[in-house]
Design a protein around this ligand. Structure first.
Ligand code: GMT
Length: 382
């Protein structure tokens, strides 16, 4: 199949997932056309059947807000025509689903029908999409998609609750390449970070408010006072300076490293003991799944779709949002009980394997085939 994939190219989970999906589909022989404003971060290297089409947004003094959605829809039209795309799969509803709707309408006038699949990832629904400013357009374009998928049951239910959805939302969970993330730790790397055999805690996010990185700091302070430990903070974003200021005031600061954005998460996970994700909301929590694939148990909240991924007492522990004492207690309990720790690691890997790339990518392929079959039936009836 010739498949167009539209996503945000940045470090966010939706872009990562879309990129990994495109790479996996290309390995299965499909031609993948990424349409986005920048080369997706996880794309890397040269792939014979992956193509990247950059959306350029010409500016003009009149434009206080350059019209990205219009540029995107026009680029979609060009890419579909030039490359004979069979299907367009957009990740993150805003503004990708409405731009795809526009491209589809333009092409219908030329007698070309391109089915659009929209995958909802989280904040497009829970934070941004629910805003009245966006809601009518998001609702309309979701309903107009040939298929609508959500990355967890929680996100599906939230979408039904908050929008007037007139069609089925299918759940296709996010995935991980379990083999790739299951790496052996590089001993010298671990020795540099934790020279005296300290425990290593890890958090990775885009440092937005929803991630509650300040709670990571509070959890670490409690743990660090009892167990020699180090904290690695991966990522960057709006809350980073606040958290760095907190760090400066803390006795634990000497044991904390801000690593900034990192591409090789598997190497960092390989030296980590526990992953901390105290988010206010996660539709899924792809980073938690990547941690599990690296046999790193997860201490998280029970918000959103997290309990679907991190099973309390099995792959890690879940607590109420903001309950830093509970998350710290769980961490200390794990560090004091080697049998529990080993079981959690083993279970985390087994859980990640259920979400392995080889199990999930075929679900998208089946969806594409079904949508294309439905399209040909509709055309035949007409
Ligand atoms: O919050 C982020 O990390 C970014 C955001 C995105 O759109 O890239 O992530 C959302 O999509 C990811 C991939 O499906 C999910 O794993 C994250 O849980 C989800 N974030 C939220 O729901 C806050």
């Amino acid at each position: 199949m010739n498949i167009g994939i539209v996503c945000y190219p940045t470090f966010g989970g939706s872009g990562v997932l879309a990129t990994e999906l495109g790479k996996a589909l290309s390995e299965k022989g499909h031609n993948i056309h990424f349409i986005t404003y920048q080369q997706p971060v996880r794309l890397g290297g040269f792939h014979t059947n992956i193509f990247y089409h950059e959306v350029r947004v010409p500016t003009y003094p009149l434009f206080d807000y350059p019209p990205y959605e219009t540029a995107l829809a026009s680029t979609m039209v060009d890419v579909i025509l030039n490359n004979n795309l069979d299907i367009l799969h957009v990740h993150y509803a805003i503004p990708h689903a409405s731009a795809a709707y526009m491209a589809r309408q333009i092409l219908l006038k030329q007698g070309i029908e391109i089915p659009v699949i929209t995958t909802l990832h989280g904040t497009d629904i829970t934070l941004v999409g629910r805003d009245k400013t966006y809601s009518p357009v998001v609702t309309f374009s979701m309903n107009e998609s040939a298929a609508l998928t959500a990355v967890s049951k929680n996100l599906r239910d939230e979408t039904y609750k908050n929008f007037k959805i007139e069609r089925e939302i299918e759940v296709i969970y996010n995935f991980v390449d379990a083999k790739r993330f299951n790496k052996k730790a590089l001993t010298p790397f671990r020795q540099v970070i934790a020279p005296n055999g300290e425990r290593i805690l890890l958090h990775a996010s885009n440092f937005r408010k929803v991630k509650r990185v300040d709670d990571v700091m509070r959890i670490f302070e409690i743990v660090n006072a009892k167990v020699p430990s180090k904290l690695l903070l991966v990522g960057d974003g709006p809350e980073r300076s606040t958290v760095e200021a907190m760090c400066r005031e803390s006795d634990a600061c000497k044991d904390i490293r801000f690593l900034g954005r990192q591409e090789e998460m598997e190497d960092i996970l390989a030296v980590s003991d526990l992953f901390i994700l105290p988010s206010e909301y996660e539709s899924f929590g792809l980073v938690a799944l990547e941690a599990m694939a690296a046999e790193v148990p997860v201490i998280s909240t029970n918000a959103g779709g997290l309990p679907e991924i991190n099973i309390d007492g099995v792959t890690g522990f879940t607590s109420k949002v903001g309950d830093v004492q509970s998350m710290a207690n769980h961490t200390l309990k794990i560090f004091s009980d080697p049998v529990l720790f080993e079981n959690l690691k083993k279970n985390a890997l087994a859980q990640a394997q259920k979400f392995d790339i080889d199990n999930i990518v075929p679900q998208y392929e089946n969806l594409y085939r079904r949508v294309l079959e439905e399209k040909s039936t509709t055309v035949a009836v007409k």
